[in-house]
Each structure stands twice: as C-alpha cells, then as structure tokens.
Design a protein around this ligand. Structure first.
Ligand code: FMN
Length: 235
C-alpha cells in the first residue's frame, strides 16, 4: 500500500513538475518542431485565439526559499519556483545541481519559507548567487539564521513563515537534477502574520514568480470563498 502511495505521489509530482518545468529554470519553453524529443503536432487554430505553440504557462509559481546546512554546518538558502504542495503535508521541487541540492542529499532536511514583499531584493539575490561561489551569501544581505530545534536546517530569522521539512524521496533525472519530495514536520509563524491563529496572507504579503515577464508579483485580495462561491449553481 505504501509503495502504491509513493508511486502515485511520484507520478503526480513528475507530471506536475515536468509540466511546470522547462528544460532548466529560467528558460522559456520553445515551440520548436520537437520538444523533449516529441514531435510537435500540426495544431489547428481556434477562431479568434492565438496559438502560442507548446508554451507552458502555469501561473503563478511560488517564490519559496529552501534553507539547508552543508555537511560542515554552513547555512545556505535558495529560491525555488518550480514546485509546490503535492499532498496534504508534502511538497515537491525540481532542483538543478545547486549547493542546496548537494546539502539536501547529505542532510535530508530543509526549511521552506515564503519570500515576501519586504524582502524582494534579498530573496532574489538568494536565487541568483550560489553558496558554491559566495559561501557567506546569507550574511552578505544582513540576514541571519537560527538552527531549527526539530531538524538539521537553518531558520532564516527575517522570513516570518517557515515550514520545517524532511526529505521523503529524491527522484533522479539523469543529467538534469532531481525531483525532491519533502514532508512538513512543523510550521513556525511570527505572530505578526497571524489573525485568530490562522496564517493571514494580507499580513504575510508573499510574493509569487511571474515567468512571463519575468518578475515578482504581490498576491491580491479575496474574491470568493473556496467550495462556496459556486454553491449558487448547486440544485
Ligand atoms: C525566480 C527564481 C526561481 C528559481 N527556481 C528554481 C527552482 O525551482 N529550481 C532550481 O533548481 N533552481 C531555481 N532557481 C535558481 C536557484 O535559486 C539559484 O541557482 C541559487 O543561486 C542556488 O543557490 P545555491 O547554489 O546556494 O543552492 C530559481 C531562481 C530564481 C531567481
């Protein structure tokens, strides 16, 4: 049963992430005659719509920050937009061979925080520069870390919402990084982003990644209740 569940998660993760990923993060999907070795179909246009070819556009992508320690206890954090929630308490990511990826393979534990409107520059820097080149990249921004009491991973003090996670599985993609599935074991929140004990997005002010421009965007207000707005059509 456990095997079937894990296979299912893998299949879903692979599907979701393969869809969300282009060959490498930051590269746009192409509309060449072949994509990933699959011949393009002769697509018929729909009236008054523009055919854009095999262009993926699943939006918005999250701007999540993965915090890890290396084998010597040096902290690192990187931005990850090619991933998200893939089960009730699990997250999945597609990772290229970064310092973070090496760290994850070694420690099997990580923190996951939200980049917010207050830290756009720092978070973008963490997604641009590697700890392989700048070992103290976190300190370069003035950000600080505290070791988690639950796992072997750093909590970035300036991020108000952090999930503490353990690696459940790493699915290798030959020559092209891997998919990482992680389980959330605990979540810690700064009281300033809570309302009545719930995480309040208006207070958290998370940013999301827009691959189209590319840029970071804020999250807008509530426009309807989930599992509620459509009730008027239920007979
Ligand atoms: C907007 C944005 C999204 C990114 N998403 C991912 C991602 O999903 N997977 C990945 O492997 N790298 C992603 N990156 C790249 C890493 O964050 C970047 O290479 C980082 O410098 C790696 O740091 P490290 O080597 O210290 O781990 C992203 C970068 C940016 C700016």
């Amino acid at each position: 049963m456990k095997k079937i569940r894990i296979s299912l998660i893998c299949a879903l993760a692979a599907m979701a992430l393969a869809t969300a990923c282009c060959n490498k993060e930051g590269e746009a999907a192409t509309s060449d005659s072949t994509q990933n070795g699959i011949a393009a179909l002769d697509m018929k246009p729909v009236a008054e719509r523009t055919n854009m070819g095999a262009k993926i556009f699943v939006t918005p992508q999250p701007a999540l920050m993965i915090g890890t320690y290396d084998e010597n206890g040096n902290p690192d954090v990187m931005m990850a937009a090619w991933g998200g929630q893939c089960d009730n308490n699990q997250v999945c990511f597609r990772l290229s061979p970064h310092r973070t990826t090496t760290n994850l393979r070694a420690t099997k534990e990580f923190t996951l925080s939200y980049a917010t409107q207050r830290d756009v520059a720092e978070s973008d820097y963490f997604g641009t520069v590697s700890a392989n080149d700048v070992p103290d990249k976190i300190a370069q921004t003035g950000f600080t870390v505290t070791k988690s009491q639950n796992i072997n991973a750093p909590i970035i003090d300036q991020y108000p919402l952090t999930m503490e996670c353990r690696v459940v599985e790493i699915i290798e993609r030959e020559g092209d990084g891997c998919f990482v599935i992680g389980e959330v074991v605990n979540t810690i929140a700064d009281p300033s982003i809570l309302t009545d004990g719930r995480i309040d997005l208006d207070k958290l002010q998370p940013i999301v990644f827009d691959a189209s421009i590319p840029s970071y965007r804020s999250v807008g207000g509530v426009v309807g209740g989930a599992w509620d707005a459509g009730k008027k059509f239920i007979k």
